[in-house]
Design a protein around this ligand. Structure first.
Ligand code: CTP
Length: 410
């Protein structure tokens, strides 16, 4: 989830900005509309207010605007400034550092990435002044969605009309992703990864085929989005991204201790590890010598880490938000739904490990994300892309949950 300021300026394409706002919201983002005076000639602020469910910023000088904290803080809290449509006038003001209304002041004040979707008549678009202004902006890192060619409102055919809303929304997503993020900044996320090794004796263990890749991808994505990340990892061959705090563990009991002792600091815990459900009841201190005939080993249940997290008193406030994984070979969704309840978790990411290309020891995965609200299929793709989908869902869940850091400061 990102917080996006949608600047709307006075072009006929302003009506398309309504669709853009909706598209961004559908992707889980929060949108605040900032309209220039001439934009209000094309679309009423009420339309944006109804859609974004926020007051629309139309005037820098409106009484109260400068006392309203959100108005003032917007430059530092937004993750993206998107201007669609951007008229020749606005492009010119941005390029020359003029700040005579809220939008142009916001452009100068914010450190967030800026994406503009110019829209104007073809001759205006091709005018050397506009070309130069766009070049100046691009050289300063402003990203531009190319205007589409087609029928312009003035009856001409040519380049200049506002790009289609879906194209603008897709470009916004790209910019948000490439700028990595701030969408989880101030949040602490703990991820578990890999298998656990349950020792039989000093040289043997019971383990499983988990490579840890899904958990490491989740940790990397959470870090990229600005979270403070702790990765509790069973034995793997992977290297964690720089910036992640790694806690190396071996057994399910080690992992239980590592996770539970840090749970009170976390905003979210994602249990991607394939934790052993059973461990040898009496591991031998010395190497077990072979004998004649069969050997029987007694296994005992390990502690259920996710189950214990679900029983923490802070879960009454949804803290930490809990995401579990379920590796199944059949009835994936039904089992995942069961786990939602029995383990009191917010989301279960269910894996059909019998499917080619999904599950253990491959770079790709296909999962089903199950919550009380429904079932989302995430088709086969890289584990990083799957991690991004899971974290999008986490961000949505976190909207309703105060951050531990903020609570500690209060
Ligand atoms: N898990 C855990 N502690 C354990 C075992 C599992 O926290 N001792 C977590 C895993 O990290 C995963 C989820 O619980 O997030 C998996 O749940 P589990 O009930 O163990 O399911 P499976 O082992 O996948 O399936 P089954 O119920 O068939 O054992």
């Amino acid at each position: 989830m990102a917080f996006i300021a949608l600047g709307v300026t006075g072009g006929i394409g302003a009506y398309k900005a309504v669709e853009i706002a909706r598209g961004l919201q559908k992707n889980g983002h929060e949108v605040v509309a900032v309209m220039t005076r001439s934009a209000t000639q094309f679309v009423g602020p009420l339309t944006f207010e109804a859609i974004t469910r926020r007051e629309v910023i139309t005037d820098q000088w409106k009484a109260g605007a400068n006392a309203d904290i959100e108005h003032i803080s917007i430059a530092s809290t937004i993750d993206l400034l998107l201007v669609a449509p951007a008229t020749a006038n606005t492009v010119g003001k941005f390029a020359n550092g003029l700040a005579d209304d809220f939008l142009s002041s916001l452009f100068i004040a914010t450190k967030a990435p800026v994406l503009i979707a110019p829209a104007m008549n073809t001759n205006m678009f091709e005018h050397p002044a506009v070309v130069k202004n766009l070049e100046t902006l691009m050289a300063r890192g402003v990203q531009v969605v190319d205007p589409g060619s087609g029928y312009l409102a003035c009856g001409w055919i040519g380049k200049g009309r506002l790009a289609e809303p879906e194209a603008v929304v897709a470009a916004a997503e790209l910019v948000l992703r490439s700028h990595g993020g701030t969408t989880l900044s101030g949040r602490r996320v703990m991820v578990t990864a890999g298998p656990t090794y349950e020792d039989i004796d000093p040289v043997r263990f019971v383990g499983n085929r988990s490579s840890g890749r899904m958990g490491y991808a989740l940790a990397a994505e959470a870090l990229r989005r600005g979270a403070t990340v702790t990765l509790v990892s069973g034995p793997t061959h992977l290297t964690a991204p720089h910036g992640v705090t790694v806690v190396a563990v071996r057994s399910a009991a080690d992992m239980h201790a590592a996770v539970m002792s840090r749970a009170a600091e976390q905003d979210a815990v994602i249990m991607a590890a394939a934790v052993a459900d059973y461990t040898p009841a009496n591991p031998a201190a010395q190497k077990v010598k072979k004998g004649e005939g069969e050997m029987t080993m007694t296994l005992q249940r390990t502690k259920d880490i996710l189950g214990d997290l679900g029983r923490l008193p802070s879960r009454a406030q949804r803290l930490p938000v809990l995401i579990g994984f379920a590796a199944e070979t059949q009835d994936v969704v039904a089992y995942a739904k069961g786990k939602l309840e029995t383990k009191a978790v917010d989301l279960v990411v269910a894996n059909d490990v019998s499917r080619a290309g999904a599950g253990f020891d491959v770079d790709t995965n296909a999962v089903t994300i199950v919550s009380v609200g429904g079932v989302e299929e995430v088709p086969l793709q890289s584990k990083s892309a799957v991690a991004a989908r899971v974290l999008d869902r986490l961000e949505q869940l976190l909207i309703a949950v105060p951050s531990r850091d903020a609570a500690a400061r209060a």
